[in-house]
Design a binder for this molecule. Sequence first.
Ligand SMILES: [Zn+2]
Length: 270
Amino acid sequence: MSNCLNCNAALTATQKFCGECGQKTALKRVNLHDVLHDAVHYFTHADKGIFTLLKSLVLQPGLVAKEYVEGKRKKHFPPLNFFLIVAAVYLILGSITTKYGNTALQKRYRSNNYASAQQITKPDALKQAEGIKRMEKMVKIGRFFSKYSNYVAMFAAPLISLLIWLLYFKGRYNFTEHLVANLYLIGFTNLFRCMIISPIAILFSIPTENRSLQFGFMLFEVVYRTFFYYRFMGEYNLAGKVKAFLVAAGTAIFWSALIAAIFYFYIVWG
Ligand SMILES: [Zn+2]
């Protein structure tokens, strides 16, 4: 007769795993191999590893979230863990990419300033003053972006979950279940943004504030969210598709309006 080293539950001699917490009963002293193995396992586990999760998020958007809320908790990489890991990657890569992005932006303004200084004539002086004002504003927005956008992106999950829960009023899922879906979804789109979009933008020296780039990413998010929510909600007919698209478009509009409002207040009072 012995007790579980993890939770102290009583064990019988034949038990290989604790009936209360599931830990192995035969444990040796911890060694470095175990510690490393646990960490590697966490990411590469065939079922619940992060790479399996990513593959599913690419090939079958919405499936993991659906299975997770419906009870397959052990099968999948946990949503908040995924979101926080992506947040760490996003903050690290984001601080690098915005640095490069801002340098590209400043370079462009400097050359613009130089070009306009070359052709300056007296009646153009007022125009130029306006231009400089506009540029200063743009740089200010750029600075705001590099300073806060990474953090703003992190508050997206609870806010957007609340919105979608309201949009699917009296739908099958509660707020927390929508939050689970959005931790997976936003985690994935943020990962896509910082690992694929931003590096490409830097490669072609497009500033992160570039409007078409922002718009392109928003379009990607709408398409991805449509597929994701279509599968997640489990209403597999035309109405389900239309609802998923409307929710995705509504989310994009809500989010753009919110960002625009933040910018507006930042520029007015900042
Ligand atoms: Zn135990």
